[in-house]
Ligand binder design. Structure first.
Ligand SMILES: *Cc1c(COP(=O)(O)O)cnc(C)c1O
Length: 372
């Protein structure tokens, strides 16, 4: 377990840390929560910028009337850069080639374009290598039509107890930022921290932080925090049928679950097409009438079955909670961390995968809670 409160990790003697700007990450349909609804809530709550993975995600938000600045993290393909100009999105430039393509596009339109520069400090994915900037950045920084607004990096292991790599990346980023100034760039804003880095050390906050998972009420990895986190998502369905099976009868595709006693099953219209993993068979549970009902038999495309033998009076129409709570006790809650642990993945994957046919309903607006 990691101590995860930045306030606890401040250098002894260092003064209070200025609150960084929030670049709220709403990529992948806001981690499955519904990008437009989440973006509206974040805009209202005071986020300074939103971030998405690609131009199409940015366009969806603009079309819905979102006016906050929007950063696009991903690599750009030449065919789609139009959207940056037509929808006022801020690109990431992470290679000299992308710089040249955007320079050309901006010139062709007779306009200038602000961008964030991505420096790779050890994740070894996108970004200019931090140790080679002198050679790769000159043309980009010299462009009269491209305007450097911020520089950023991304950590590989901020949610693991491996402090060494985080520290190495932090130092490489510091050096790269100093190098930028030496290359003639005006001092620019800097950002680096995803949720895990944000929680672990205030020295990683720089001028802005980029939380994703944390915004949705979950702490990443093994991090624990004193923050009052509540999962933003509740996933519910209803029992559509109740079925009795005799001892020895098999249930579902493959017949892998055979009833060892007279068994009552609730049929629930939610399956892997909705993002519920097939590995939940025999491992996961749902909540019905405030009780846990184990998922038995195959999770099929559109349906799953839960054993409700122990729960009296289950009827069609009863609420089923797949993620969320049904009562105040700890065992009456199922969150994405629990579901992820049951099938050997991470909570990110659980929420991001939720299918498009599930209606996203905004239950309550963010009231007096602001994200500062
Ligand atoms: C997804 C992403 C984040 C947010 O990560 P979380 O772990 O969800 O906080 C931040 N920065 C970049 C570049 C990302 O791709």
């Amino acid at each position: 377990m990691l101590a995860a409160d930045a306030a606890l990790n401040r250098d002894a003697g260092a003064g209070p840390v200025a609150a960084p700007d929030i670049i709220a990450v709403v990529k992948a349909n806001a981690y499955g929560h519904g990008a437009v609804g989440v973006a509206r809530a974040l805009e209202e709550a005071g986020a300074q910028m939103l971030a998405v993975a690609d131009i199409e995600e940015g366009i969806e938000l603009r079309d819905a009337g979102i006016t906050l600045p929007i950063l696009v993290f991903g690599a750009l393909s030449v065919s789609e850069v139009d959207g940056l100009f037509t929808h006022g999105l801020t690109p990431t430039i992470s290679s000299p080639g992308a710089g040249r393509a955007l320079e050309q596009a901006a010139r062709a339109r007779g306009t200038t374009l602000s961008y964030h520069l991505k420096v790779d400090t050890g994740l070894n994915r996108l970004g200019f290598r931090h140790d080679n900037l002198g050679r790769t950045l000159q043309a980009l920084l010299a462009s009269p039509v491209l305007s450097l607004e911020a520089v950023y990096t991304h950590f590989s292991s901020a949610d693991e107890p491996d402090v060494a790599s985080v520290e190495a990346q932090r130092r490489a980023f510091d050096t790269a930022c100093a190098h930028l100034v030496a290359c003639g760039a005006a001092p620019v804003r800097r950002h680096a921290a995803n949720s895990a880095a944000l929680l672990r050390d205030s020295r990683l906050w720089f001028d802005a932080v980029r939380p994703g998972l944390l915004l949705y009420g979950m702490a990443p990895g093994a991090l624990h925090t004193a923050m009052d986190l509540r999962p933003a998502m509740t996933l519910t369905s209803r029992v559509v049928a109740v079925k009795g099976v005799r001892t020895g009868e098999a249930v579902g595709y493959g017949g892998r679950f055979a009833a060892e006693r007279p068994t009552t099953l609730a049929v629930i219209p939610a399956g892997y097409a909705d993002g519920l993993d097939r590995r939940l068979e025999g491992r996961g549970a749902v909540l019905i009438r405030g009780r846990r009902a184990p998922i038995v038999g195959a999770v099929s495309m559109d349906m799953l079955t839960a054993d409700v033998t122990e729960i009296s009076d289950v009827s069609p129409g009863d609420e089923v909670v797949l993620l969320g709570s049904q009562g105040g006790a700890a065992w009456q809650q199922i969150d994405a961390r629990e579901m992820a642990a049951a099938i050997g993945t991470i909570p990110y994957e659980i929420v991001c995968r939720l299918g498009s046919r599930i209606a996203r309903v905004t239950e309550t607006a963010i009231d007096d809670e602001t994200i500062d």
